[in-house]
Design a protein around this ligand. Structure first.
Ligand code: IMP
Length: 427
């Protein structure tokens, strides 16, 4: 059986954690392929309520192996906290981290903060978790990988050179306080001991599952519009949440894929800076934020809220090749008299229907809306399509038309079982 990618289709926070917890019943391996502990995946099931920042959201199922792929950057302290939390809660899934996942070191967190401060008004609004600087070092060939923790001799050769360089940067360019190398060595030896049993060759686990006829889920983090290549650069994260990341970030081959699905919220949100054409800076935006609890799972920041953007959505379909969409948080739109969907933009007095990826152009775009009727009655917690208010189903059908792909699942609440399956996603 194949691999299935579940990808955030907007600016992140689409509710992927809940969906992956739901789908993992039918998978034996769940692999996170990108990002770091900038993500916060909320999962609610019989074990409790969890916000996973690193652990794949399949970890609540006893039959799953949950792999943090090589494309992820890992803060070992955060990972150890999550392992502790999973043990205390009795979560039955197994966990592994790729030997080639890069580590977020204390100097990455320091640099994330110093770089943001220096950007001043053009700050990206990062999550401050050191994710960007860790990817910079990965590409700059100055990174440390999980597997290297197991080779203290090599670490003791490489580390002083790296820390010297980082300290020059921190003190001379940013005027910050240097990092103590002894503290770093203390940390790496503690991490090595605690993480050794979890360090795995992830590509072998994935290949083994696929060859054995098992389903594998590729778990996205963040969203397509935050992608370093395809997102609203420079207001993006430093990895590839789009479909390419499922290959480079895991070591799976393209022929093993059986489907690529995009997770779309029934409206849009964005955290941090950057263009957001359908943003509602009024009481409707406030209403959505409060009703939906749109506050960052990682930083607690209020999320910017706006209407569903089908122009951005079509772009996301194009750059990911989605074959279906999962619509989340439909219940939040219950009770609105009417709902708006952005179908085109006005840019410099011209109507356009293609997403200008350039942030400066996108920032000048004004949304052109289609207004669709709202619905009375509640969709919250429903599990059958026949129970949905007709207006809610009409809204879903309109999104399918606008994006040109069918909806496979509608999520109607935060709990695992609160979902309507319109078509089966996995074999
Ligand atoms: P970084 O990934 O911490 O470097 O932040 C870069 C941008 O991506 C900022 O605008 C963040 O708010 C945004 N971002 C990063 N991770 C997430 C996420 O999981 N959900 C939503 N936005 C995110």
């Amino acid at each position: 059986m194949p691999a299935y990618a579940v990808i955030g289709a907007q600016w992140g926070d689409e509710g992927k954690g809940k969906i992956i917890d739901f789908l993992a019943e039918d998978a034996s391996v769940v692999v996170r392929y990108s990002g770091g502990n900038n993500a916060g995946h909320t999962v609610i099931n019989q074990f409790g309520t969890f916000k996973f920042h690193l652990a794949p959201s399949g970890i609540c199922w006893p039959h799953t192996m949950n792999v943090i792929g090589n494309g992820v950057v890992v803060d070992p302290d955060v990972l150890l906290d999550e392992i502790g939390m999973a043990q205390r809660a009795g979560l039955p899934g197994k966990l592994g981290v790729s030997d080639r996942a890069h580590l977020i070191m204390p100097y990455h967190v320091t640099l994330d903060e110093l770089e943001e401060r220096r950007r001043g008004k053009s700050a990206i609004g990062t999550t401050g978790r050191g994710v960007g600087p860790a990817y910079v070092d990965k590409v700059g060939r100055m990174g440390l990988r999980a597997g290297e923790l197991l080779d203290p001799e090599d670490l003791s050769l490489r580390m002083p050179q790296i820390v010297d360089f980082k300290n020059e940067l921190i003190t001379k360019v940013y005027g910050g306080s240097p990092i103590d190398i002894e503290e770093i060595f203390e940390k790496t030896s503690r991490w090595a001991e605690a993480l050794a049993p979890y360090i795995v060759r992830s590509e072998d686990i994935i290949a083994g599952a696929l060859e054995g006829g098992e389903n594998v889920i590729m778990e996205g983090a963040q969203g397509a519009l935050l992608d370093i290549d395809h997102g609203t650069y420079p207001y993006v994260t430093s990895s590839n949440p789009t479909v390419g990341g499922t290959l480079t970030g895991t070591g799976a081959g393209p022929r093993s894929f059986g489907g690529v699905t995009g997770v779309f919220k029934a409206y849009c949100t964005r955290v941090g800076s950057g263009p957001f054409p359908t943003e509602l800076e009024d009481e409707t935006g406030e209403l959505i934020r409060n009703k939906a609890g749109e506050f960052g799972a990682t930083t607690g920041r209020p999320r910017r809220c706006g209407w569903f953007d089908a122009v951005a959505g079509r772009y996301s379909v194009r750059v990911n090749g989605f074959d279906s969409m999962i619509i989340t948080r439909l219940d939040i739109l219950d009770g609105f008299d009417s709902i708006k969907v952005c179908t085109a933009y006005e840019l410099d007095h011209k109507e356009i229907d293609r997403f200008p990826v350039d942030s400066v152009l996108l920032d000048r775009c004004r949304p052109i809306y289609e207004e669709v009727p709202g619905w009375q009655g509640s969709s919250a917690g429903l599990t059958q399509a026949s129970q949905l208010p007709p207006g809610a189903m009409a809204f879903v059908r309109r999104l399918e038309e606008l994006l040109g792909i069918p909806a496979s699942i509608i999520s109607t609440g935060p709990k695992r079982e609160e979902a309507i399956v319109l078509r089966s996603l996995m074999q």
